[in-house]
Design a binder for this molecule. Structure first.
Ligand code: ADP
Ligand code: ADP
Length: 229
């Protein structure tokens, strides 16, 4: 389960300025599709429409053949997981942050998710800014570490469909490599839509879609697109 399909989706935030101009693609269940393109092309808008923060003016968005317009928000949110590029942590331990939304998870499940996301050394740690007793200091997590907390949270939630905002460009190349490994682990076996900022950061996708000014201008495998560059 978990096929995602956009059918001729048109969308504008304001009537005068169309953002998506007839976007169609399918992410088969369990597959990974990456969307690349210049800033402002409409990549993040696609993920906002999938989460139904906005509704398309025309066209359809289907999950497993079912039009999302008729599906309750709650069941939509259960099916979808998001790893954002900038994670805001709650004012509590990293373990709590990983567990967020899965309050029934056991300690072992939390530890396993943390291990897969390579953040297991930090489970008891408190993020910087936490209201700690005098003399204690919270831990300042790097951008990459915060992203790993978000990855661990998503692993624990275990949704069939994932949206990864792959903003690894701000990270050094060692951290980038590690994050990509963790993202690859979490996306294995799930339907995954990767919002990528550079073709070079995509490690593995079954199909890459190039979006420019609201239109799909190219699509193909990683190898085919690199060859045509
Ligand atoms: P990308 O992710 O490819 O950089 P976005 O989907 O974020 O592009 O944005 C596409 C276009 O839509 C941009 O020109 C952006 O300025 C515009 N846009 C994004 N969000 C809004 C909004 N809430 N209201 C109006 N315009 C927006
Ligand atoms: P949703 O998944 O609908 O966005 P939440 O993730 O906010 O809802 O909450 C899911 C469940 O976790 C709810 O039963 C809620 O009462 C509980 N919950 C929410 N926030 C906390 C919290 N800070 N500590 C403990 N339980 C919480």
């Amino acid at each position: 389960a978990g096929e995602v399909r956009f059918e001729d989706v048109h969308f504008a935030y304001t009537p005068a300025r169309p953002i998506l101009k007839g976007v169609s693609f399918t992410v088969p269940a369990g597959h990974t599709v990456a969307i690349v393109g210049p800033s402002g092309a409409g990549k993040s808008t696609i993920s906002r429409l999938l989460f139904r923060f906005y509704e398309p003016q025309s066209g359809r968005i289907l999950i497993d053949g079912q039009d999302m317009a008729g599906v309750a928000q709650a069941s939509l949110r259960a099916a979808l997981g998001m790893v954002p590029q900038d994670t805001v942590l709650f004012n509590d331990t990293i373990g709590y942050n990983i567990r967020y939304g899965r309050w029934d998870a056991s300690e072992d499940e939390v530890r396993e998710a943390a291990r897969l996301a390579q953040i297991d050394g930090f489970i008891e740690a408190l993020p910087e800014g936490y209201d700690t007793p005098v003399g204690e200091r919270g831990l300042k997590l790097s951008g990459g570490e915060k992203q790993r907390v978000a990855i661990a949270r998503t692993i624990l939630k275990g949704p069939p469909i994932l949206v990864l905002d792959e903003a690894t460009s701000a990270l050094d190349s060692f951290t980038e490599r590690e994050i990509q490994d963790a993202l690859e682990r979490v996306s294995r076996g799930r339907t995954t839509l990767v919002i990528a900022h550079r073709l070079s950061t995509i490690v593995s996708a079954d199909e890459i879609i190039v979006l420019d000014r609201g239109r799909i201008v190219e699509r193909g495998t990683h190898e085919a697109l690199l060859a045509s560059d």
